[in-house]
Write a new protein. Structure first.
Length: 458
């Protein structure tokens, strides 16, 4: 295989040629309510050729390695056509060639676990959800695993092979009081680890079901502006979705207004605020030492002491901006070309305890986890999974229908306390961009306190 790839690259007439070949093993179990909706195990082999010719990109996808030379020629013809109609030729920042093989040592490797055993585990968790309380009317348990071996080679002398394990578990319980009051509890976990990750989760399963029940009697939040504490999960989602995407350099090339706002040296928060995209944290989802352009991943400080200090780059965007690549060119599979994506994005620890954050709040909100959210330019909306009222420095009753909205940059400036209890979380889903979903990412934060957050209910 390696020899075939090297020969195909050697014969290329393009200015630059790269080949990414992927072998993947996957399995999935899905229960919806009391039915087994999906049970599958699959394997796949495929690859992508990407070439640069006269400043234009050309790509070709293949599933048969014997087609490699033909696919290089096909991609080269496409690149020439692109170049003929482009007034902005692509150039790549220089990086050193790498030759390395990265192996993964999995404890209790999920590849050795029979599909039947995976199904039985998911079925057990699903049964716990449904039997917890008669008001649980629906459930979902989804187990997935994949093991990918990705080889990357280019005409500059790089040849890298990396093993990428991934295992996830999603738990959802839906409760109803018999009327229109329907509530949901969930837990979502994922790591680059072995089967032990999903074992022994019975207490968490019951907690998910009980949370759905508790939300039936939770008080709807009264809309208004509150001093708000975000838990590490929700704060991590916030910094990824509302801020991290603006740091992806290819996004800024398409938005002149935001590119002016995202100018290095601009102050976005207080001295205590440090935001990082850490390219390689072993054991977390999607974590490998090199990106899908063969560039070593880096620990990149996006915000340092409140000031924007870096963006995230591919080789192409780095060349355009005259900086070094950060190792953030990623693709969800061999069917896609790499684009600039986050890896492990988080807020660094501050100095404050959770109790210190609470102590100064007369009436506020403690928002926990996130169902999801959206951003339109710098305006964001996030739905907390649940929340608690804060009264006189203490956590009070549960709240539901908590929706946080605001302007990203005003919100960053309004962070006045950062906790010392950081957590990094990798869920069962992923990040979407440019038609590529789901890309495994992680995000995290300590608790953070924000002044004057606009809270609305449903």
């Amino acid at each position: 295989m390696e020899q075939n790839i090297k020969q195909a690259i050697a014969k290329s007439s393009a200015d630059y040629t790269e080949i990414r070949l992927e072998r993947a093993l996957r399995s999935q179990v899905l229960f919806q309510k009391d039915k087994l909706e999906n049970l599958e195990s699959s394997s796949e082999v495929g690859g992508i050729v990407r070439v640069l010719k006269d400043g234009g990109w050309g790509i070709a996808v293949f599933n048969d390695i014997s087609q490699l030379s033909d696919k290089v020629s096909e991609a080269t013809r496409a690149a020439s056509l692109v170049a003929a109609h482009s007034d902005a030729p692509v150039e790549l920042a220089e990086v050193p060639p790498v030759q390395e093989t990265v192996h993964t040592d999995l404890k209790n490797d999920f590849r050795s676990i029979p599909l039947k055993e995976k199904k039985e585990l998911a079925e057990t968790y699903n049964r716990i959800l449904l039997s917890h309380d008669k008001r649980i009317v629906s459930s979902q348990v989804r187990y997935t695993d994949s093991f990918r071996e990705v080889s990357f080679a280019n005409s500059e002398g790089t040849f890298i092979t990396q093993e990428i394990p991934d295992i996830t578990l999603l738990l959802i319980a839906v409760a109803s009081d018999g009327g229109s009051n329907i509530q949901q509890g969930f837990e979502s976990i994922g790591e680059a680890s072995g089967f032990d990750l999903v074992l022994g989760r019975g207490e968490e399963v019951r907690s998910v079901a009980q949370r759905a029940i508790d939300l039936l009697s939770a008080k709807p939040v009264d809309g208004g502006q509150y001093t708000t504490i975000l838990d590490p999960y929700l704060a991590g989602v916030f910094i990824h979705e509302a801020f991290g995407h603006f740091c992806e350099a290819d996004f800024l090339f398409k938005n002149e207004r935001l590119s002016k706002i995202m100018t290095l040296g601009t102050r976005f928060g207080g001295e205590m605020l440090n935001v990082v995209d850490d390219g390689y944290m072993p054991g977390l989802r999607g974590n490998i030492p090199y990106d899908d352009e063969g560039v070593a991943r880096a620990k990149t400080y996006l915000i340092t002491k409140g000031v924007l200090t870096s963006l995230l780059h591919s080789r192409e965007t780095a060349k355009k901006m005259g900086v070094s690549p950060t190792g953030n060119a990623r693709a969800i599979s061999y069917e896609h070309e790499p684009i600039v994506r986050m890896t492990n994005t988080y807020i660094e620890d501050g100095d404050h305890s959770f109790d210190e954050m609470l102590s100064e709040i007369d009436h506020g909100i403690y928002a926990i986890k996130a169902y999801g959210g959206q951003t339109v330019f710098e305006q964001f909306t996030f739905s907390a999974a649940y929340a608690y009222e804060i009264r006189n420095g203490e956590v009070g009753g549960m709240l539901k229908d908590v929706v946080l909205t605001g302007n990203l940059f005003e919100t960053l400036r309004s962070i006045d306390m950062i906790g010392n209890d950081q957590q990094i979380h990798g869920g069962s889903g992923g990040c979407g961009k440019g038609g590529q979903f789901p890309l495994p990412v992680t995000d995290g934060s300590p608790h953070i306190r924000i002044q004057n957050v606009t809270i609305g209910g449903k």
